[in-house]
Design a protein around this ligand. Structure first.
Ligand code: ZN
Length: 299
């Protein structure tokens, strides 16, 4: 090949490469939506999935609040997308309803109470458990998966890392071993299990995105929801339990990985900035109590 022809071929190849690069969406390869192009879910409903009393707040705020009682909320969220329904977390087991003794994942530490069943709250808007096509879980602690048995035909969306973790051998921390055993029992063997690796666009239109936020548990995830009027909302899962923990990167002692917990909180802060998103912190009762409750909704 002459030098001129070689130069011409190189130039043509470079042009081709540039064309291909330029034609590709800047977000290609990432399941995270482009904020200006993301589709929308129709409605987001909050369900009261229980509340709990813990006898030592310092478990969640190491070094502070030793021996102080704290009350947490437990929250589930229902998303309407076209004529499909997605439920985010399933809360405290319905068998706890109105039981004055409550229910516990770790009896020495925390007791949960339930004033309203998930089924009754769904019925308020004419939805039956069998109508829920997808159940996505933030992680496998009992207060988040207490009612998986109501949804035997739903597709269960969870991180593969979480599934593998609860099926791994016991470690040295008895509390963690107890949580894993309870998780296996409550999760059971879902008929339609979809194991997720990292961030995932659930409906393929950028409206609902699972966000990998490990640390509280090995396969913990949060949820990014895009609505027409409310914009982007991030449902925390347990990436943080309290607003102050989130602001100051405070990590509960029960979390499986402190460094990952901090990295996940920092990640969520960046996503809040990127999407100008609101953050709804699942267990922060004083914040949760101010949010709309089913049959009211965000759209
Ligand atoms: Zn929790």
């Amino acid at each position: 090949m002459s030098r001129q022809i070689r130069a011409a071929v190189s130039f043509a190849m470079l042009a081709l490469v540039l064309m291909l690069e330029g034609g590709r969406d800047a977000n290609a390869g990432s399941p995270l939506p482009d904020p200006s192009k993301a589709g929308v879910a129709d409605k987001l409903f909050r369900l009261d999935c229980g509340h709990s009393l813990a006898n030592d707040e310092s478990v969640w705020t190491p070094g502070e609040n030793v021996g102080r009682h704290i009350e947490f909320s437990s929250t589930c969220w229902l998303i309407k997308h076209g004529n499909e329904w997605l439920l985010w977390d399933t809360g405290v087991p319905e068998s706890t309803l109105n039981d004055p003794r409550g229910w516990s994942t770790l009896p020495k530490l925390i007791v949960y109470h339930l004033d309203k069943s998930l089924t009754d709250q769904l019925a308020e808007i004419g939805v039956k458990p069998g109508d829920i096509g997808r159940v996505a879980i933030s992680h496998t602690h009992g207060d988040h998966i207490g009612n998986m048995g109501l949804f035997p035909n739903s597709t269960v969306l969870m991180q593969r890392a979480e599934y593998n973790w609860i099926h791994s051998p016991d470690g040295s921390n008895d509390n963690v071993n107890q949580l894993m055993a309870l998780a296996r029992k409550l999760l059971g063997t879902p008929k339609n299990l979809q194991l997720i690796d990292g961030d995932t666009d659930v409906f393929g239109d950028g409206s609902v995105t699972l966000l990998s936020t490990p640390g509280h548990a090995p396969g913990h995830q949060s949820l990014l929801v895009h609505l027409r009027n409310s914009g982007f909302i991030i449902l925390s899962g347990d990436v943080a339990h309290l607003e102050e923990n989130f602001e100051k990167d405070i990590v509960p002692t029960l979390n499986t990985d402190k460094a990952a917990s901090i990295a996940s909180m920092e990640r969520v802060k960046k996503l809040i900035a990127t999407y100008n998103a609101a953050l709804f912190i699942n267990h922060d009762k004083s914040e949760t109590d101010k949010l709309r409750l089913i049959p009211a909704f965000y759209d």
